[in-house]
Design a protein around this ligand. Structure first.
Ligand code: AMP
Ligand code: ZN
Length: 112
C-alpha cells in the first residue's frame, strides 16, 4: 500500500531498527517507545486489522507467538512483557497495518 508507513518500512523506503525478520513478519523498534523495550511485530502483508484476516493469513499467524517469544528472548525480557494489539479506531490504532506491540523492560501498570 503506497501511503502506509509500515509497507514503506517493509520495502526499505523508510529506515527502521530491525530486531528480527522472517518470511511473514518484520520486528522493529517502536520510534516512540513507552518502555525500555518496545518492539513492533509487523505482518508483511498489508492487512488493516484482525477483522480482515483470511484463511491464509491465519496460517501465518499460527506462528506469531513463536516470533514473539523469540523476540522476548533476544530482548532479554522473558520474565515479563505485555503484548498489545490496538485493533481499530476505538482502540487507538494509528497505523492501519496489522501489528503487535511487545512492551517490557520495566514494571508495567494495569491495563486501562
Ligand atoms: P498503533 O497505535 O497500534 O497503530 O501503533 C503504531 C505505533 O507505530 C506507535 O507506537 C508509533 O510510535 C509507531 N511508529 C510510527 N511510525 C513509526 C516508524 N516510522 N518507525 C517505528 N515505529 C513507528
Ligand atoms: Zn501497510
Amino acid at each position: 500500500m503506497d501511503d502506509c508507513v509500515f509497507c514503506k518500512i517493509i520495502k526499505g523506503d523508510i529506515t527502521s531498527t530491525k530486531v528480527y525478520e522472517d518470511d511473514d513478519f518484520l520486528v522493529i523498534k517502536d520510534i516512540n517507545p513507552v518502555a525500555p523495550v518496545h518492539d513492533l511485530v509487523i505482518y508483511k502483508e498489508h492487512i488493516r486489522n484482525l477483522n480482515e484476516l483470511k484463511a491464509d493469513n491465519f496460517k501465518d499467524f499460527s506462528r506469531v507467538f513463536e516470533v514473539i517469544t523469540k523476540v522476548a528472548k533476544l530482548e532479554n525480557i522473558s520474565d515479563g512483557y505485555r503484548v498489545v494489539i490496538n485493533n481499530g479506531e476505538d482502540a487507538g490504532q494509528e497505523i492501519h497495518h496489522i501489528h503487535f506491540h511487545i512492551i517490557g523492560g520495566r514494571k508495567l501498570g494495569k491495563i486501562a
